[in-house]
Design a protein around this ligand. Structure first.
Ligand code: HEM
Length: 289
């Protein structure tokens, strides 16, 4: 119980940086361009409806809507290309990509949560930096973007495309573009919005997309294994400083590979006792109830 209380006392004083500025800007460019693409694309798909007719009248016609669609497509392509470079050329990007790769544990986590939701397991799965839900989000967008960009470019430059491939392929591209657009729209508004807006623990919205930060309480609840790893790493750093004869206050916790920020006077409050990796799960279990 002591650990649970201490865990709650600490929460609210410390925050962890979950999304760097680069990731936040990539995410903002991604969601603004995708929203514009949905708003200008779907009226084309359902052009026969009165809502679409109204939309085209408001924006100034089908041609204008098509131009806006192409501008937003340019932004989406820009984000995609930038993300490729970010993942290949930066250490932060490589680490992100590695942590987003599916592992056997993810499949085990799905099974465990299914058992938990049906009442056959006492505890739900405990996640590291990314849960299987977040990984699924990332890879769905990844492959969605590949399909939308490839098929969109074929539609955009159809005159050139038709000189090298039969029309059947262009028809398939149009079908893929059109159907994937609907699938992406539903996935965003049902799956993604539930996870980041309508989930009772996040309602009305997780602000991480804007601040990049996550509270210690959220960290313990949603990413307990990652929290445990950071705390253990901190503990090692503190022990190293102590064994080197440094003062405890002088120990710079920013040596942790994970970015973290502390508000108020939280610095130095995590004692090696509380933060040992063996103790951390007790804090987490208590927080999750
Ligand atoms: C998430 C992203 C996107 C969504 C949701 C989306 C949605 C749509 C939809 C629903 C249509 C109408 C299809 C139909 O007639 O059945 C369409 C058409 C089209 N899209 Fe996209 N699109 C996206 C990305 C792109 C990209 C990246 C490009 C270009 C590289 C692109 C270029 C086009 C073109 C050229 C058309 C043909 C209509 C026109 O000439 O304006 N789209 N899009």
């Amino acid at each position: 119980m002591n650990h649970i209380r201490e865990g709650k006392e600490i929460s609210g004083q410390r925050e962890f940086v979950r999304l760097s500025l680069s990731l936040r800007i990539q995410h903002m460019a991604l969601f603004s361009s995708v929203l514009v693409l949905i708003v200008t694309g779907l009226p084309q798909k359902y052009a026969y409806t009165s809502v679409s007719q109204l939309f085209f009248r408001i924006v100034g016609g089908v041609v204008v809507s098509g131009i806006i669609h192409r501008v937003a497509a340019g932004v989406l392509i820009g984000v995609g290309v930038y993300h490729m470079f970010y993942v290949v050329l930066t250490r932060e990007g490589r680490s992100l990509f590695r942590d987003l790769l599916p592992t056997l544990k993810d499949f085990g986590d799905v099974g465990r949560n299914v058992l938990y939701f049906f009442g056959f397991a006492k505890e739900r799965a405990r996640f590291g930096r990314f849960s299987y839900l977040e990984k699924f989000d990332y890879w769905a967008v990844y492959w969605g973007m590949v399909i939308m960009i490839c098929s969109g470019l074929m539609l955009w430059f159809h005159e050139h495309v038709l000189q090298v491939i039969p029309k059947l392929w262009l028809d398939i591209a149009r079908e893929a573009h059109s159907d994937e657009a609907l699938l992406a729209t539903l996935a965003i508004f049902i799956w993604h919005f539930y996870n980041v807006h309508f989930n009772p623990s996040r309602f009305p919205m997780s602000m991480t997309w804007w601040t990049g930060k996550i509270s210690e309480e959220e960290m313990m609840r949603d990413h307990p294994l990652e929290y445990q790893r950071i705390i253990a790493e901190e503990s090692q750093t503190v022990k190293k400083h102590v064994s080197q004869g440094s003062m405890l206050e002088g120990a710079d916790t920013n040596e942790s590979s994970y970015n973290q920020e502390e508000k108020g006077t939280g610095k130095g409050e995590v004692s090696p006792d509380v933060s040992s990796s063996a103790d951390a799960p007790q804090i987490i279990d208590g927080a999750t109830g």
